[in-house]
Structures are given as structure tokens and as C-alpha cells.
Design a protein around this ligand. Sequence first.
Ligand SMILES: [Zn+2]
Length: 156
Amino acid sequence: MSAIKGRNTKPELLVRKFLFSRGFRYRLNDPRLPGHPDLVLRKYRSVIFVNGCFWHGHEGCKYYVLPKTNVEFWRNKIERNKLRDKEEQRKLASMGWHCITIWECQLKPKVREQTLEALVYTLCHIFLEDRRIKHYEPNEENILIAAESKVSYNNL
Ligand SMILES: [Zn+2]
């Protein structure tokens, strides 16, 4: 994806600055991962793609408008990009990563705050869910109580 997307684009910087200010730490464009996600948050098992609405063909978005000329060329090109995005996300998911896509239009001034707050919420939710699954253990207290016999009380 890096070939069709400039590094340090403004939308990407917005996401980075916001997450950093909230205490999140991340890697950028990890070359070992499919699709070289813009941000990699290992602690949250999450990767974030900040996608331009045109290049990645954001369905139903007013910023995804094909040029009037060479329509077929552009349509094919964007379709290929979309297929590649899908394939990369499928690979990432199979490796256990949560994939989060943020669209450029979701970072326009009017909706930016809402989008970024929702992102933080999502990341915290993922983090808690991961811990809940990993740290589940049977309740030992119940087992100990069940092992107690009446006789031991009578002898006290
Ligand atoms: Zn869009």
C-alpha cells in the first residue's frame, strides 16, 4: 500500500498525534507485516490503516469520485487496490491482529474528534477483551471449600 500512499500524510499525522497524546505508543509502517500498516500497536494486537477515500475506494463516500476521463482505467485500478486491502487484512487477521481502518473523510474537522474518541474506545475494548480471555482461571476458592470436612470442625 505504501506505493500509492505518501508517508506522513496529514490524516495519518492526526491519528498519530492524538493517540500519542493519550499515551498510546506504536510503530510505524512495520515492514514485516502484510500491507505495512500505518500504525502498529503491539500491546493492543491492533494495526491501523489510515486510508485515502479515493485510492482505497471508500464505498458511498462523496470523496470517492472517479475522474470523468479514463473511467475504466480508474475503476480497475481502485478495484485492485480494494482487493489488495482485503487480502492484506485477511492475512493480518489470521495472524491474530485486529485491523482498524480509518478513512480520510472521518478525519475532517467536523467529525474528527468523534472518530478519534471512538478509536480510543475500540482499542481499550480490544485490550480488555484480550486480557479477559488470557487471564481466566477456575475459581480456586470453591474447590477449597468443597474439600473441607465436617470432622475437622468437631475436633477443634
Ligand atoms: Zn470517505
